[in-house]
Design a protein around this ligand. Structure first.
Ligand code: KIV
Ligand code: ZN
Length: 537
């Protein structure tokens, strides 16, 4: 018997972008969408058009300009959401509307608590069935390709889930998604949902059943694979597993598990796996989310062998410790080292080879920074190059504030003091501030707060080393918040105080962009699904 074809539905640009601080520009999204097409994903979920003008435009341009995959747009079960999705997809030739509504009692009580959705749970459920029917029919009038998701299906009572899915199929849905929205399920439970739906829903064999797993318990990939064994034929996932909270199932992991254990699963995807690492880097650069070195498939250490006994074994026969070949996932086993004698051509052809795109106008700056780094560091590895491009990108995309100068004085017996010079892009003015703090980072952040006049909460600050030795690059991740919305900044530098300041300014730039975007009242709010209620029927 031949293998079952499993479709890969990539939601990096929608659910992935919902990760706090992961927002991407429209041109970054377009570049990633083109790369996803080269990777041969079957469906690209390009965004949630009603949520913001930026999301609308991204979906519109991806539908219009990217050939190959189906382009999907997300919509709640409201008229205006579905119309916005239809309008954004209008010029595309191969499109899908993906509509969703919550089905678990917990979600119904919280989001549909208002009496207009029904006073009892039975009445609320009845309303959900009507909303499902109406929205799928409305979407079907726009496109023949309609997906319906029962949000929080993982915690939905099975009898009701079966009812909702029957209604969605009857109304014309061609794909039914059963999301584990909160990452609560364990594999046996999650696969049973698929078995139950396949045996109890009247026409479940006429449509494609889909998985959508979140990683709150670290089980997103395991749950997705369990669902495939139970009959799922579409996996929703993201590059590097980015997404809401702990993220989504990672595309590279589910794809390689199906490839490497093909006999076990009897299923295959159409993914061109040698592009996995390149795509992972591209997403990492666009989002500012570093890929941990030990990340399966695309991490820097995924194919390195440190222990002598492992190195010896691999040299004799790769199979002793490797279950797949580095080149099959686009990892270059040999790491070509660059140094101060490497020229411009060597640098950009290396960046090209590892999938890091540098726009023409930034090449000069990237090369200047490379020469400066090469003066300080004997050997420059791929990881350093990714960091360097990231840093230049952060500096040139500072749309509100730019840190022009930083000086920190600290030592025994004195209060740490920081001096900053912050450039305000919109007014083309600069502010110089000096502040004392409990530690050098505290002093820097106090000075930047005064210079920008921003009031917000500092939610977390983290620092880690990106390599070995005292000259290793340090990566700082800062999370700031305002009224429940979170903004993330990541920066890397050999000088960790500089990285701390740069990460903070990046987060502030995001917050400033959010404050401006929020003034647009036509859209849901900020691109993140904060309002969930649908139209009562
Ligand atoms: O996690 C979830 O339930 C979702 C839906 C919108 C499919 O992302
Ligand atoms: Zn999700």
């Amino acid at each position: 018997m031949s293998d079952q074809r499993v479709q890969i539905f990539d939601t990096t640009l929608r659910d992935g972008e919902q990760a706090p601080g992961a927002s991407m520009t429209i041109s970054e999204k377009l570049r990633i969408a083109h790369q996803l097409a080269r990777l041969k994903v079957d469906i690209i979920e390009a965004g949630f058009p009603i949520s913001s003008p930026g999301q609308f435009e991204a979906v519109q341009r991806i539908a219009q300009e990217v050939d190959g995959p189906v382009v999907a747009a997300l919509a709640r079960t409201t008229d205006k959401d579905i119309d916005a999705a239809g309008e954004a997809l209008l010029t595309g030739s191969n499109t899908r509307i993906h509509t969703f509504v919550a089905t678990s009692d917990i979600h119904l009580a919280a989001k549909f608590g208002d009496d207009r959705y029904g006073r009892t749970m039975a009445e609320k459920r009845d309303n959900i069935l009507k909303m499902t029917d109406r929205s799928v029919r409305q979407a079907r009038a726009i496109t023949p390709n309609v997906e319906f998701s029962a949000e929080d299906a993982g915690r939905t009572e099975t009898d009701f889930l079966v009812q909702v899915i029957d209604v969605a199929i009857e109304a014309g849905a061609t794909t039914i998604n059963i999301p584990d929205t909160t990452g609560y399920c364990v594999p046996r439970e999650y696969s049973k949902l698929f078995t139950d739906v396949l045996s109890r829903c009247r026409r479940a064999h006429d449509i494609v059943l889909s998985t959508h797993c979140h990683d709150d318990l670290g089980l997103a990939v395991a749950n997705s694979l369990a669902a495939v064994l139970a009959g799922a034929r579409q996996i929703e996932c993201t590059i590097n597993g980015i997404g809401e909270r702990a993220g989504n199932a990672s595309l590279e992991e589910v794809v390689m598990a199906l490839n490497v254990r093909r006999q076990h699963f009897g299923a295959a995807t159409g993914i061109h796996t040698p592009l996995l690492t390149e795509t992972s880097r591209m997403v990492s650069i666009a989002t500012g989310f570093a890929v941990p070195p030990n990340k399966a498939i695309v991490g820097g250490n995924a194919f390195s062998h440190e222990a002598g006994i492992h190195q010896h074994g691999v040299l004799r026969s790769r199979e002793t410790y490797e279950i797949m070949r580095a080149e099959d996932v686009g990892q270059h086993a040999e790491s070509i080292r660059l140094g101060r004698h490497s020229g411009r051509h060597g640098l950009f052809s290396r960046l090209d080879k590892i999938g890091v795109f540098v726009p023409e106008e930034r090449k000069g700056e990237v090369y200047r920074q490379f020469v400066r780094l090469a003066d300080r560091k004997k050997e420059i590895f791929d990881e350093d190059l990714v960091n360097l491009v990231q840093e230049v990108k952060g500096r040139s995309s500072a749309d509100h504030y730019r840190l022009d100068h930083l000086h920190v004085a600290s030592g025994t017996g004195r209060l740490p003091r920081a001096e900053v010079l912050v450039h305000h892009v919109s007014t083309d003015s600069t502010t110089r501030v000096t502040a004392d703090g409990d530690g050098p980072v505290d002093a820097i952040y106090k000075a930047i707060d005064q210079a920008t006049g921003s009031h917000h909460d500092l939610i977390s600050y983290g620092i880690r080393s990106m390599g070995e030795g005292a000259d290793a690059v340090g990566e700082v991740t800062v999370l700031i918040g305002e009224n429940g919305a979170l903004f993330r900044g990541v920066a890397r530098n050999i000088d960790v105080l500089k990285a701390s300041a740069q990460a903070y300014v990046k987060a502030l730039n995001q917050l400033a962009a959010f404050r401006i975007g929020r003034l647009n009242t036509e859209f849901v709010s900020d691109g993140i699904m904060q309002s969930f209620e649908g139209d009562a029927v």
